[in-house]
Design a protein around this ligand. Structure first.
Ligand SMILES: NC(=O)c1ccc[n+]([C@@H]2O[C@H](COP(=O)([O-])OP(=O)(O)OC[C@H]3O[C@@H](n4cnc5c(N)ncnc54)[C@H](OP(=O)(O)O)[C@@H]3O)[C@@H](O)[C@H]2O)c1
Length: 152
């Protein structure tokens, strides 16, 4: 099963200015919607609380601190070909070692501080660019689809 992290980031690698921020600075929502439609989407409880709209058409799994990523993955792999990990930084960190792919859309802004893509990672993740997708209705935004090659 493909386990795909999907996320918008700033140029300096942040995904939000603080935990409770609603992610309204991103411009790739329609891409997120079309790519995740029909697939399970795993997100942390804090991210879930920041959602302004229900993610219709997708099975949302809200991840809590006592949940076991491996158990969730094993269960989903019985009936799904791919699942998405949709943040936040704490949840991305918990699923980091299981990721097969990452769909990252860097936005041309800098926060300086905030919530990192992976909360506390000191690992080095090596990836290979598979595809670059232009975000519709923007002049310069691209989503980078990366295959995870190693995590050390
Ligand atoms: N740019 C993007 O594409 C994007 C995507 C997703 C999210 N975000 C942003 O990311 C932010 C949220 O990220 P986040 O990392 O704060 O939260 P998160 O990963 O969404 O959720 C917090 C997770 O950490 C657990 N947790 C909370 N406090 C803990 C503690 N002291 N010790 C251990 N586990 C703990 C929670 O479990 P419990 O439920 O048990 O507390 C939950 O599983 C929001 O601002 C959101 O808008 C941005």
């Amino acid at each position: 099963m493909k386990i795909i992290l999907i996320c918008a980031t700033t140029l300096d690698g942040f995904i939000a200015r603080h935990s409770n921020e609603k992610t309204n600075w991103t411009k790739d929502l329609s891409l997120f919607k079309s790519q995740t439609m029909g697939y399970p989407v795993i997100m942390g409880s804090t991210t879930y609380e920041t959602l302004e709209n229900e993610l219709v058409g997708r099975k949302i799994i809200v991840f809590h601190r006592n949940d076991e990523p491996k158990e969730i993955i094993n269960e989903l792999s019985i009936s799904h070909k791919q699942v998405f990990i949709a943040g936040g930084g704490k949840t991305n960190e918990r699923f980091k070692n299981y990721l097969t792919d990452m769909y990252i859309t860097p936005h041309p802004i800098i926060f300086g501080k905030g919530i990192k893509l992976f909360e506390s990672s000191s690992s080095m993740i090596s990836t290979k660019l598979v595809k670059k997708v232009k975000v519709q209705n923007t002049s310069s935004l691209y989503q980078y689809q990366l295959k995870v090659e190693s995590i050390k």
